[in-house]
Write a protein that binds this ligand. Structure first.
Ligand SMILES: NC(=O)c1ccc[n+]([C@@H]2O[C@H](COP(=O)([O-])OP(=O)(O)OC[C@H]3O[C@@H](n4cnc5c(N)ncnc54)[C@H](OP(=O)(O)O)[C@@H]3O)[C@@H](O)[C@H]2O)c1
Length: 273
């Protein structure tokens, strides 16, 4: 029987690459986007079920999951990929922006999981794939809300891993390093945090800009697919992290933080502002 995956945020980047990866391997893909017209031409293929979905709305999540199961008859894998960026010194970021961020990056995934679990339990199988980040493994200066969201997703997934094992439902965490997509971290500004803020912003923008040497989203799509079908009890799948997650685990904590701070150009003191 044809397998079905539901992926959030397939209008671009990792979600779109994952949709195409599953399609090429004979899966039926419930391809979701806030605006259906933002889906690429591939979404008109026969095995695609295009659905509108905003993960910040419980009604939208419920309707998309119900429609997927109604058309496909079953659901084998959920990929929680939709996410937005948010950056800058914490004190400069309005609280409603942080709430909006969590509504998408954390509560959006929770809404999706809550909606598919009864289906997976009934089927006595299913895989939940959560797209986290290396930023879910260690803090990065001026990415505090983003890291907090990804840390939350990591904790949630690790707890769920145990809860769902007896139901033959697997939980997977995908942890990419920097990937070349249209993903943007919107930087809030605050003079008091210069020059560190400028240094981190410049480095991140250079790394993801037009001259970027970062790997493309296909590398993540491949790992999402492998994690979905490997049948293992493995939880975490780092992708193209340039060894950062290994270093972080091996080095004494203080040494790791010194290396990370230095690589991002963090000066120990800032000028009075
Ligand atoms: N790029 C990286 O370096 C990197 C590294 C590690 C992890 N990640 C993670 O990978 C995931 C995908 O990011 P990406 O790099 O592929 O970025 P992207 O190209 O900007 O894709 C983000 C996707 O999320 C969707 N989305 C945003 N808000 C949504 C909402 N409320 N409801 C439903 N969909 C929504 C966007 O759809 P719209 O068209 O509706 O905006 C878009 O399809 C994110 O979770 C991100 O944190 C990215």
């Amino acid at each position: 029987m044809m397998k079905t995956v539901l992926i959030t945020g397939t209008s671009s980047g990792i979600g779109e690459a994952a949709a195409q990866y599953f399609l090429k391997r004979g899966w039926r893909v419930c391809a979701t986007a806030r605006r259906l017209e933002s889906l690429g031409a591939w979404s008109r293929m026969a095995d695609v079920i295009p659905l509108s979905l905003d993960v910040t709305s419980s009604d939208s999540v419920r309707a998309a999951v119900m429609e997927s199961v109604r058309i496909a008859g079953r659901l084998d894998v959920l990929v929680n990929n939709a996410g937005i960026g948010l950056a800058g010194p914490l004190e400069a970021i309005p609280i409603d922006e942080i709430e909006r961020h969590f509504q998408t990056n954390v509560f959006g995934s929770i809404r999706m999981i809550q909606e598919v679990l009864p289906i997976f339990r009934k089927q006595k199988q299913g895989v939940v794939v959560n797209v986290s980040s290396v930023s879910g493994r260690f803090g990065v200066p001026f990415l505090s809300p983003y890291c907090a969201g990804k840390f939350a997703l990591e904790g949630l997934s690790e707890s769920l891993y145990y809860e769902l094992l007896p139901f033959n439902i697997r939980v997977k965490l995908i942890e990419p390093g920097g990937i070349k997509t249209s993903f943007t971290q919107k930087f809030a500004q605050h003079d008091a945090y210069q020059p560190n803020l400028g240094s981190v912003e410049t480095r991140m923008k250079q790394a993801s800009g037009p001259e970027s040497a970062l790997p493309g989203p296909e590398s993540v799509a491949e790992v999402i697919f492998k994690a979905s079908i490997d049948g293992s009890k493995r939880l975490r799948y780092p992708v193209k992290t340039q060894g950062a997650s290994i270093l972080q685990r091996l080095l004494p904590e203080q040494q790791w933080r010194a290396i990370l701070g230095k690589s991002l150009g963090i000066a120990k003191r800032v000028s009075d502002a």
